[in-house]
Design a protein around this ligand. Structure first.
Ligand SMILES: Cc1cc2nc3c(=O)[nH]c(=O)nc-3n(C[C@H](O)[C@H](O)[C@H](O)COP(=O)(O)OP(=O)(O)OC[C@H]3O[C@@H](n4cnc5c(N)ncnc54)[C@H](O)[C@@H]3O)c2cc1C
Length: 378
């Protein structure tokens, strides 16, 4: 890898502390998370204690008061440890930012310090059964009543859906579905009428819990409408670059991890009297992957710097999400090939990495939607 210049000594120290925490608290737990389909809450609390939650939220709200590079280190180290199960991207990079950037002081004080300690876990609720890529088709409805709003509807595919204590929910306030009057609400998951449905049985990324949610006459206080009525899409456009870059960072690090364990494997595995690393095909495939990873890190660092300087545009973030998620899939798939039959056996980590890679081209906006967004800027 080329020397990375975006991080300084403070970042390196932080990275070391994350690695140490993960040796103790994450690596021994991945198998049980995979089996149970959920990350245990004790892990979230340990991460809160160690300063891994809400690193770039101001200290007055319980956050670390740092910049996004600290979030990036957490994403990188989690993927380099071999999992994207703890959905830090959702909690740190998305939900905390909607609340911090658009919530009232009361809402920020109510939720951010609990999110920073790990006592409260966040979820973002956009997708519905008939509204995924086409978010404007969402049907969850918010009706204005005295003192607040009544929400009715349902969401699906919600990351942290089971674990979450606080959710940012998109709902339409218009009179008909498709009405663009979409607003965002900060919702307490303990409220009457907030119903957690099935935990979905996924092909991969199984440590991360993904659930359906139902809202039945759910009362949300007026102050929990964030960003003003009808501004949901504007807010989403504002927050999406960070969300998409966050996925891109995880993808780049996960691809690197797959490459690293594959290099070890092909050095040990022998065929025709020699390590399979010696075959020209293996060497060339590894060389091609190494080159792609080098380019990927350089591009990623450029995007991280741009985000920190508030220069990263929507289409640049979409391009990063597109490119790094496709890179991750291509690299991991090639790595499985180099593992041969063992690459398809569950007890080999590369098999899990392969299953986990697939969804990255789908969630946070599909690759096709990323192309659509990028094409509009041409
Ligand atoms: C594991 C997992 C976790 C998720 N976590 C969350 C979460 O926390 N919160 C949340 O709100 N959502 C979440 N999602 C939802 C995710 O963002 C959506 O699945 C995704 O946006 C695609 O929507 P869809 O599934 O409805 O697919 P569809 O929109 O039905 O798309 C189906 C196909 O049609 C293509 N397509 C659709 N529109 C166009 C177009 N205009 N041009 C070209 N092709 C198009 C798509 O690219 C895709 O290939 C999650 C999904 C998964 C699987």
């Amino acid at each position: 890898m080329l020397t990375r210049t975006i991080y300084d000594d403070e970042h390196h120290l932080f990275r070391d502390s994350v690695k140490k925490l993960y040796e103790r608290e994450l690596l021994p737990k991945i198998d049980s998370w995979e089996h149970n389909g959920i990350v245990d809450r004790e892990f979230w609390l340990a991460c809160g204690d160690a300063g891994l939650l809400l690193p770039d939220i101001p200290e007055e709200y319980g956050g670390g008061g740092q910049d996004f590079r600290f979030n990036a280190i957490i994403l990188e180290e989690t993927a380099l440890a071999g999992t994207t199960g703890p959905a830090f991207g959702v909690h740190n990079d998305i939900v905390a930012h909607y609340i911090h950037n658009h919530g009232s002081e009361a809402v920020k004080h109510e939720w951010l310090s609990k999110m920073a300690s790990g006592e409260s876990i966040g979820a973002i609720c956009m997708t519905e059964a008939n509204a995924g890529s086409d978010l404007k088709a969402l049907r969850t409805h918010a009706r204005e009543v005295e003192g607040g709003f009544i929400l009715n509807g349902s969401k699906t595919f919600i990351t942290n859906g089971v674990n979450a204590d606080v959710a940012v929910v998109a709902a339409c306030m218009g009179t008909s579905p498709g009405d663009k009057d979409i607003s965002l609400f900060v919702v307490d998951a303990a409220s009457p009428g907030y119903i957690k449905g099935r935990k979905l049985d996924k092909v991969g990324n199984r440590s991360s819990d993904t659930a359906e949610l139902f809202f039945e006459d759910l009362f949300v206080p007026r102050g929990n409408l964030i960003g003003g009525r009808g501004n949901g899409f504007r807010l989403m456009m504002q927050e999406l670059p960070q969300e998409r870059l966050s996925i891109a960072i995880s993808c780049q690090a996960a691809a690197q991890h797959a490459f690293d364990i594959t290099v070890d494997y092909v050095g040990e595995r022998r065929a025709f009297g020699q390590p399979i690393k010696e075959f020209q095909n293996t060497r060339y495939q590894l060389a091609a992957m190494k080159s792609q990873l080098q380019v990927g890190w350089a591009h990623l660092d450029n995007c991280i710097s741009a985000l920190v300087d508030k220069r990263l545009t929507t289409e640049q973030a979409a391009a990063a999400k597109l490119w790094h998620s496709e890179l991750r899939y291509d690299v991991v798939d090639e790595c499985v090939q180099l593992f041969g039959g063992y690459g398809y056996i569950e007890e080999y980590e590369i098999a899990r990495l392969w299953r986990d890679a697939r969804v990255m081209r789908i969630y946070g906006g599909t690759s096709e939607i990323m192309k659509e967004l990028i094409s509009r800027s041409i």
